[in-house]
Write a protein that binds this ligand. Structure first.
Ligand code: UDP
Ligand code: MG
Length: 320
């Protein structure tokens, strides 16, 4: 069976959301009049979501489950979805229905006009705390300024990707993934569609501050060398300051000034430079740790169950 549209939803403890997710996606996708599938990636849920996904897959042939052996994180779960999606156009959506499935039709419209990446831009967000809004806004603006690829502002992973893009993404097996950056990096024709991001239909966010920071670090280190260059700029600045200061201090001392006597200035400069050096080492460590992860060459995820390999209808018919 050839599938036109694949919808991918990563799921980490979304027990209450799964039935609604299926219903809303089905209503929308049935109106698109093309064969579609829903790839549900269970990212190590422990609240019964896994069983719900399996039940749904038994009832509906177009639900294809990928069940992880443990929690590998949102970006990796979506990656697994991309690996198993078979559609000509692939849509990534959150399982908590913050991304309204109805918007998929608008994404499809743009795809039919010839755009290969159609990303959904959050024009408004409902039901989020001021802290989430502030940190998210800072995150998008920082990433935009610091990274080498232009990643559109206020845009999450809710987007439609053409098969061409997904094939390239599937060949990019980097361990620390920032999918929005990767899809911007690939290029082709890209366009945004505005939408109103809804509140979660049930449950709480699975993105605590720690995970957000990790994502931000992956985005920055994955798409920019700027943090590494900061050490160089600081080095030039400190060296320049020293070259200026040395003759001045020497001249003042020779003239009998007491101004630079004592340990205070020494202590301050040693602590300051020590701090700068340690921070620079830490930044270096972030990159080296990532290189180490790449070198180890482990698989991106371990799955307990993956969808069966594509069934060939013609073979099945001739065997009957
Ligand atoms: N998610 C996941 N693995 C994780 C964290 C989140 O698969 O480790 C899924 C989650 O179930 C949801 C999507 O990623 O479908 C977005 O997460 P969430 O809604 O918690 O993030 P927020 O919208 O609060 O940023
Ligand atoms: Mg959410």
């Amino acid at each position: 069976m050839s599938v036109t549209y694949s919808i991918i939803a990563p799921i980490y403890n979304e027990f209450e959301n799964i039935p609604n997710l299926y219903k809303r996606v089905r209503d929308v996708m049935d109106s698109a009049n093309e064969p579609w599938e829903l790839v549900l990636v269970d990212d190590g849920s422990s609240d019964g979501s896994t069983e719900r996904i399996r039940e749904l897959a038994q009832q509906h042939k177009n639900v294809r489950p990928v069940i992880f052996a443990r929690n590998f994180g949102h970006q990796i779960a979506v990656t697994a979805g991309l690996d198993y999606a078979r559609g000509k156009a692939i849509v990534i959506i959150d399982a908590d229905l913050q991304d309204p499935p109805e918007v998929i039709l608008e994404l499809i419209e743009k795809w039919k006009e010839g755009y290969e990446v159609v990303y959904a831009v959050r024009s408004e967000r409902e039901g989020e705390s001021w802290f989430k809004l502030l940190t998210a806004s800072l995150f998008y603006r920082l990433i935009y300024r610091i990274t080498d690829v232009k990643i559109p502002l206020d845009t999450g992973d809710f987007r439609l990707l053409d098969r061409k893009i997904v094939n390239v993404m599937n060949s990019m097996r980097e361990k620390h993934r920032f999918l929005r950056g990767m899809s911007s990096w690939i290029g082709f024709k890209q366009i945004g569609v505005q939408y109103k991001r809804a509140a979660r239909t049930a449950g709480v966010t699975k993105y605590p501050l720690k995970k957000m920071l990790k994502l931000a670090l992956n985005a920055i280190t994955g798409f920019s060398y700027f943090p590494l260059q900061v050490a160089t700029y600081f080095g030039f600045f400190s060296a320049g300051l020293a070259i200026l200061a040395i003759p001045i201090v020497a001249a003042l001392r020779l003239a009998g000034s007491q101004f630079f006597e004592g340990q205070t200035t020494t202590l301050i400069s040693v602590l300051f430079l020590g701090g700068v050096q340690l921070i620079s080492l830490g930044i270096l460590g972030e990159y080296i740790g990532r290189i180490y992860d790449e070198v180890k060459g482990r698989p991106l995820y371990v799955a307990r169950d993956v969808p069966a390999a594509e069934e060939d209808d013609s073979v099945r018919h001739s065997a009957q």
